[in-house]
Ligand binder design. Sequence first.
Ligand code: ZN
Length: 238
Amino acid sequence: MHANVQARFGGGVTCYPATEVRSLPNSYVAIAAAYLAGCRRVFLLTPPHLVRKWRREVLDTVPDAGVAIVRTISDLERSRTLSGPMQVVICSREQAKLGYRWRPAAVARPLLGADGRLARDDAGAVLRQWCCPDCCTPIVDGEEIPLSWDDLHAKRRRCQTCDTPLWQADPSGPRRVPLADYVSRRMRGHFDLLIGDEIHEFKARGSAQGMAAGTLAEACGRTLSLTGTLMGGRARRH
Ligand SMILES: [Zn+2]
């Protein structure tokens, strides 16, 4: 469910006198509205050439905000430690949609035989099975057959017991990474708002960028989609 965030600018409520709201860029109004609405962790999806501009404008609007421009999964992970009254992660639409490499995430644990002792193969080596890295549940298919490493490689799966992803980004892969998917799978609920230009239009397009926007919107819960006009026409896009 996506709710649009709305905030009203009354006299004295914000640092912007009502007479100036008319001339403020969309970005200032969006950030101020998000802040006033109680959003504290915001994911900003911007056109590539506006990433730095948005950063400046976030800091102009909420001076002590923690702001990070993210290009990689490592950047995203580091953004968890941002502080300040509002934490804003800025990502270009191009970067959010890019594909990436991943590899299975599982731990090999010794297999116990029916007698409760370690199961061994003919050569006496202890047999192991792949288990969830989080809850240690053995990873099996629908017929309770243990999955091999190759099986885990073939498809991204989640633990049937605790829903932990049984895959992780492969750091030896290309620098370009799957930021939208990563937010969806590993940072769901972390952000409380997605802000972006024309997100509602992008989602409808079904392109890679549109799918990334849709994935992010779902993971963040609430979406503030900027359009040509905002705030009932009182603030216009520059
Ligand atoms: Zn698990």
